[in-house]
Design a protein around this ligand. Structure first.
Ligand SMILES: N[C@@H](CCC(=O)N[C@@H](CS)C(=O)NCC(=O)O)C(=O)O
Length: 263
């Protein structure tokens, strides 16, 4: 059986759970939640299959696979019966171009926004020593260095304006495409929609949704996906143990975030 290493609110894990549930595949859950500095949660030798020590990782037939976008493609290859890839080669290329934006800066931007608005407060509650150890053990040094700046500077971080600009451009580009189509690539729900929808929910959790309320096609698309049974089981039902903090700190940050978003 498939085993997924993940935790509730991880956007990268949400997209893998979405595809697993859309395909109706049974899977075993192993929670690995280091996001509040609990680095000891990593299973022994976890870095051998996920060199960055992050989630998600999926295991099948004794083989471990890291990186959520690779995992999505792997699940399509290994379990092609219900496909979430468009049929034409051109639409598949377009699907992958949308997905590429995630690794081309959107995922990192999402973390920057999260740390600047709320995670820095969660880290402060954990105590300086624990967070120092967490960062010392973090294998991705760019991620660690960004975290340190974002924790120290918060809404004044020099990384925050670019992160917000990337999201604004992404949401506007998605809206433009969706003005003429129901889905991001081809004419059916695909990996591109699955991979990107998790950021709507993530940015919304910081109370930022008024910033794109005018992007009607994007919001309609999001509502259409949220109605799918798999969205409930893969995203809503797993919840987010930090939701109250996201709401509280998101509300407080909104005036500054809106100013940067509009800049
Ligand atoms: N590029 C990776 C990113 C994975 C990633 O950033 N995972 C986050 C959750 S979304 C994580 O493991 N966080 C743990 C931590 O912050 O300690 C992927 O797509 O799988």
């Amino acid at each position: 059986m498939l085993t997924l290493y993940h935790y509730d609110r991880s956007t990268a894990a949400q997209r893998v759970r979405l595809l697993l549930d859309e395909k109706g595949l049974p899977w075993k859950s192993v929670i690995v939640d280091t996001a509040r500095g609990d680095i000891d949660q990593l299973p022994e030798n976890y870095h051998e299959i996920n060199p960055k020590g992050l989630v998600p990782t999926i295991e099948n037939k004794g083989v471990g696979i890291a990186e959520s976008l690779i995992i999505l493609e792997y699940l399509e290859d290994a379990f092609p019966e219900t496909s979430f890839r468009p049929t034409s080669a051109e639409d598949r290329a377009k699907m992958r171009l949308w997905m590429r934006r995630i690794d081309d800066g959107i995922h990192v931007a999402s973390r920057t926004i999260g740390v600047c608005i709320v995670n820095r407060f969660i880290y402060l509650e954990q105590g300086a020593e624990k967070i120092r150890t967490y960062h010392e053990k973090m294998r991705d040094h760019v991620r660690r260095d960004n975290d340190r700046v974002n924790i120290e500077m918060g809404l004044a971080s020099p990384l925050l304006p670019d992160a917000l600009k990337r999201f604004r451009a992404l949401f506007e580009d998605m809206n433009t495409r969706l003005e003429g189509h129901d889905w991001l690539a081809g004419e059916a729900y695909s990996l591109a929609d699955i991979a990107l929808v998790v950021y709507l929910r993530r940015m919304e959790s910081f109370m930022m949704a008024p910033l794109w309320s005018h992007l009607t096609a994007l919001n309609t698309w999001y509502a259409r996906i949220a109605e799918r049974p798999a969205y409930k089981t893969a995203v809503i039902d797993w919840g987010d143990i930090t939701e109250a903090k996201r709401t509280e700190h998101g509300q407080g940050a909104f005036p500054e975030i809106a100013k940067l978003w509009m800049a």
